[in-house]
Design a protein around this ligand. Structure first.
Ligand code: AQP
Length: 355
């Protein structure tokens, strides 16, 4: 059956890109499928260990953001990655499934490691294997993410396919497979892992920096003016939108007119996503107007949408015990799914069972 898995790293303030590209899109899925949402703290140490107190704070803050955005702990499993051991264990097995050549092609590693590749952590390089383990420890079928994660999702499918192939005989012998939903002469009849589908759609799959329309909005951008944080108050939001880079022209009346205007395209996309409209609808309303008129409208909309969430996050952060309880309960429910899957995987691979 359909099962959704997704997550966000506790590496700093969540921003509008994380919200529109990921978390906000998870909310309606809760009523359609089984949903599992993780705070991926094991990923948060790959680019250097944050200060331990900062990491603890960020883990709780991301949890608070999930809850404030409308993720409901009675409908979804909300948990913290390091509290479910199966992620790390399956990641190790996947380190031995994935090929160096596959990981060498990952553009995010190249971007994050920068010029100093020799000094990047091994964890940063192997990050996509851990992400595959996050998803496949639940045999999840769907992963809603922003556009930047597309390549990692393809790698997850490659890992699942290679595992299914390499262990086809063992899977069959143990009777642990399910019929291959996409049969072909080259693939086994019985498979263990699904080929997970990415869910990347809508006007906000890639929110760009407010300072540079060619760079994605990101937690690690040194300029705080480049992003709207979910913890920003109304004044900060207005100031950042006012200062957002634009070109001097009026907004076009058709989406075609946004080509080669990355900053305009980005602001229209943000408006569309926040209002639940298409970009064309936004241009139908604002086409022909100057940014001096559009920006205040965008500010008002952003404040109206985000401030109730910010208030709720602040309230939740005042009750640490409540957040920790949500995570504990979530970890128990997540483990109940992942433990039997890892038990199968150990048998498939040939590890002796503990008796
Ligand atoms: N700019 C973005 N537009 C749309 N979606 C985005 N996502 C991230 N940035 C944008 C989506 O948010 C989810 C969680 O991302 P993450 O925190 O796990 O890692 P990230 O993609 O590395 O996020 P950042 O904010 O860009 O952090 P840094 O600066 O550390 O790299 C994912 O679904 C992602 O697609």
């Amino acid at each position: 059956h359909n099962r959704v898995f997704s997550g966000v790293q506790p590496t700093g303030n969540l921003h509008l890109g994380n919200y529109l590209g990921a978390v906000s899109r998870w909310v309606p899925l809760q009523d359609q499928m089984e949903t599992i949402f993780c705070v991926v703290d094991l990923h948060a140490i790959t680019a250097g260990f944050p200060d331990p107190a900062t990491l603890r704070h960020a883990t709780r803050e991301v949890t608070a953001a999930y809850l404030a955005a409308g993720i409901d702990a009675s409908k979804s499993i909300i948990f913290n990655q390091s509290q479910v051991r199966e992620h790390a264990e399956l990641a190790w097995i996947f380190n031995c499934v994935a090929r160096m050549g596959w990981l060498n092609r990952m553009t995010q590693f190249k971007e994050k490691a920068g010029k100093n590749k020799e000094n990047a952590s091994v964890g940063l390089f192997a990050y996509p294997n851990l992400m595959a383990a996050d998803i496949l420890a639940y045999r999840a079928t769907h992963v809603p993410v922003g556009d930047d994660q597309k390549q990692h999702l393809e790698l997850t499918r490659d890992i699942a396919a290679k595992f299914n192939n390499d262990f086809a005989a063992s899977i069959k012998e143990l009777g642990l497979g399910v019929p291959n939903p996409t049969p072909s002469p080259e693939t086994p009849e019985q498979v263990y892992f699904p080929l997970t589908e990415p869910m990347i759609a809508g006007p906000a799959t890639r929110i760009m920096s407010l300072r540079d329309g060619t760079k994605k909005m990101s937690k690690s951008d040194p300029s705080d003016l480049s992003r709207i944080n979910l913890t920003d108050d109304a004044d900060a939001i207005s100031k950042k939108i006012k200062k957002a880079k634009t070109d001097p022209d009026a907004l076009p009346s058709e989406t075609d007119g946004l080509k080669d205007r990355p900053e305009a395209d980005n602001l229209v996309g943000i408006y569309a996503a926040l209002a639940g409209m298409t970009k064309q609808d936004v241009l139908g309303e604002y086409g022909g107007q100057q940014f001096s008129a559009f920006k205040p409208a965008l500010s008002d909309l952003a404040v109206a949408k985000l401030s109730p969430m910010t208030d709720e996050m602040r309230r939740l952060m005042g009750d640490q015990a409540e957040i920790d309880k949500v995570l504990k309960d979530g970890a128990e429910r997540a483990s109940a799914i992942a433990e039997p899957i890892l038990k199968d995987v150990r048998r498939i691979v040939g590890f002796l069972e503990l008796r």
